[in-house]
Design a protein around this ligand. Structure first.
Ligand code: HEM
Length: 217
């Protein structure tokens, strides 16, 4: 099979989505774990941010993970639109099982909410830390993060975002395993449990950080 054929074949597309998806999975686990440094207070959180600002992470690891993250989302959206257009009408209107129906029918909507949340998040933190500089009166990254969550509206918005992110990820894993064919049948129940555990850890971990900032920091 030529390179071009492999990339555009259904196996090639799955391999590509799986590799870029792995970047996303690693990025989120890392990002959530690093944000838990907020528990240690300003010194600990700022030290973590300083470490993340070291050139080999800032210009090496982070852009690679973030790029995989973005490519995965954009390519995933492209495939979803393409597959939906190619599906027969009856299949589109099919009565899905109750549990999977909501999440699968609204993957595009939860995906858009996840993307919108990322855009808001970039404006809240990344732009201020990396581009414009911290606003006046904000001493450090820790204060920027904690101040945001002292605002109830942001805490609620972010927690809704984390929950929708969890639902979206869980269904993403579910459909990835479904379309992996017979190869993993033996491992499927175990993989599905692991995936659910991962989604719960991500949603609860980020929610914990937001609530910690709101009520304890
Ligand atoms: C309590 C929750 C979160 C906190 C406190 C938080 C905090 C931060 C901070 C402070 C930055 C700027 C880092 C820097 O430029 O040095 C950042 C960047 C970023 N965050 Fe978050 N984040 C949270 C949740 C999330 C979630 C749920 C996602 C993805 C769905 C996410 C995706 C990103 C991305 C893509 C970047 C830019 C790349 C980077 O600088 O690492 N974050 N976040």
């Amino acid at each position: 099979m030529s390179k071009a054929c492999f990339c555009s074949s259904s196996v090639g597309r799955k391999v590509f989505m799986a590799i870029t998806g792995a970047f996303l999975v690693i990025f989120m686990l890392l990002h959530m774990s690093l944000n838990l440094f907020v528990i240690g207070g300003a010194e600990s959180y700022n030290a973590m941010c300083h470490f993340m600002g070291l050139p080999f992470i800032k210009y090496g690891l982070q852009p690679v993970l973030a790029l995989g993250f973005i490519v995965h989302i954009i390519y995933g959206l492209y495939l979803a639109v393409k597959n939906s257009a190619a599906r027969p009408v009856n299949y589109k209107n099919a009565n899905y099982g109750a549990a999977s129906s909501w999440a699968s029918r609204y993957m595009w909507l939860t995906g858009l909410v996840v993307l919108g949340g990322i855009a808001l998040h970039m404006v809240n933190f990344w732009v201020k830390i990396q581009i414009t500089g911290l606003p006046e009166g904000v001493a450090d990254d820790y204060t920027l993060v904690v101040n945001l969550f002292k605002n109830d509206l942001y805490t609620i918005l972010y927690i809704v975002w984390f929950v929708i992110l969890g639902v979206h990820l869980a269904h993403g894993f579910w459909s990835m395993f479904q379309s992996s064919g017979q190869a993993y049948v033996k491992w499927l129940p175990c993989l599905q449990k692991l995936a659910l555990l991962y989604c719960a850890v991500i949603t609860l971990g980020f929610t914990f950080v937001a609530l910690w900032c709101r009520f304890i920091a």
